[in-house]
Design a protein around this ligand. Structure first.
Ligand code: ATP
Ligand code: MG
Length: 347
């Protein structure tokens, strides 16, 4: 089975080729530099950059896979793309590229849920689909736009247990980094700073949202901004005032700890309440070492993460979602967009 896949939900343009269980290529063009000066993704710029880069990314993926041949019947068995959730203009670029490729190859077009991709990315090891997930499990998706808990009963059989009511965990990292004057994307910047922290720093509240499976990270972000206002003055941001480096590192570590503890406790509570002993964590924030270490301390659970290369957006995970659907024979009507986007499952 040969699958060509596209990913254009946000600020990475990616194309991948999966052949059987072997990932032949996974070309990714990141737009980080383009968006850095705005400290966040500018949707219109993202769409234009996808449009500009997708032919080259596709060419790169086909070349690296040893198939620089034209897209024609026999080249692939299916073409996949992330159908959402994502930025509307950005999604259109991946979709039209995938539709064109599927038409040229005369094969099925499979629109997959991007968040399912973040979960299934845990199955890649050493460039192969070699670590299949074992179900049932509790899935935690922690990315730039989403923080969700799912009860995953099998491939495509996902029940959303809870979501964030406001900011996603990754968004909170990005905004706190901006408040502290650290570069976008905030997650890696905050993690790097936090690793330098020494001594006791401030302690920020853990937004546990007791009694629910939902999340809320905007209050934690506000707690950081109140701390900064207390130290530097109300108008610190306008005046461009910054904490001394040692204290900034402490704030990063304290914020990161608060996010990690909250995610671990909520995921573990949800898993326990459902009698689940397996947890899988996906999405950009799952690259965070402090989060991985916090999950590592959990007793009684088998916790899976994806390899670092597959935590952020990539087309390899999209190809893998398509593979699971092809294996299950479930890929008709895959272009229906609503209300599927709210329900990641396809069973
Ligand atoms: N090491 C890290 N620690 C914490 N957060 C991180 C780390 N690396 C990346 N992130 C965060 O992950 C997010 C990007 O992840 P990802 O690419 O999965 O999100 P997205 O595709 O923009 O959103 P979504 O998947 O919800 O549509 C950013 O918010 C970024 O700051
Ligand atoms: Mg993503």
């Amino acid at each position: 089975m040969r699958i060509l896949a596209f990913e254009t939900t946000c600020d990475e343009t990616s194309a991948a080729v999966l052949e059987g269980r072997v990932l032949r290529s996974n070309a990714v063009f990141s737009q980080i530099k383009l968006h850095r000066k705005y400290s966040g993704v500018v949707p219109e710029l993202a769409s234009r950059a996808h449009l500009e880069k997708i032919p080259f990314v596709l060419k790169g993926a086909l070349g690296a896979a040893g198939r620089p041949t034209p897209l024609r019947p026999g080249a692939f068995d299916a073409v996949a793309f992330s159908r959402g959730p994502g930025l509307p203009g950005a999604l259109m670029v991946g979709r039209v590229a995938a539709e064109t490729a599927a038409e040229l190859c005369g094969v099925p077009l499979i629109g997959v849920n991007h968040l399912e991709g973040h979960l299934l990315a845990c199955e890649f090891a050493g460039g192969r689909v070699s670590k299949p997930l074992r179900f049932p499990l509790l899935a935690l998706i922690v990315s730039g736009g989403h923080t969700e808990l799912w009860h995953a009963r099998g491939y495509g059989d996902y029940k959303v247990l809870g979501r964030t009511r406001d900011d996603a965990a990754g968004e909170a990292f990005d905004k706190v980094a901006k408040l502290l004057g650290l570069p976008y994307p905030g997650g890696p910047s905050v993690e790097k700073e936090a690793a330098r922290a020494k001594g006791q720093g401030p302690v920020f509240p853990r937004p546990y949202m007791e009694g629910t499976r939902e999340f809320s990270f905007s209050g934690l972000k506000t707690a950081v901004s109140y701390y900064l206002a207390g130290r530097l003055g109300q108008d610190f941001y306008k005046r461009g005032l910054r904490l001394p480096p040692g204290e900034r590192a402490q704030v990063c570590r304290s914020f990161q700890d608060a996010v990690a503890e909250t995610l671990v406790r909520k995921a573990a509570d949800a898993a326990r309440s459902l009698g689940l002993t397996r947890i899988a964590v996906g999405g950009g924030v799952s690259a965070n070492k402090a989060l991985r270490a916090a999950f590592g301390k959990l007793d009684g659970f088998e916790v899976r993460f994806s390899e670092k290369d597959y935590c952020s957006d990539n087309a390899a995970m999209v190809a893998l979602c398509a593979l699971r659907r092809l294996e299950a024979g479930k890929f008709a009507n895959s272009l229906k967009v609503s209300p599927e986007l709210d329900r990641p499952g396809w069973r």
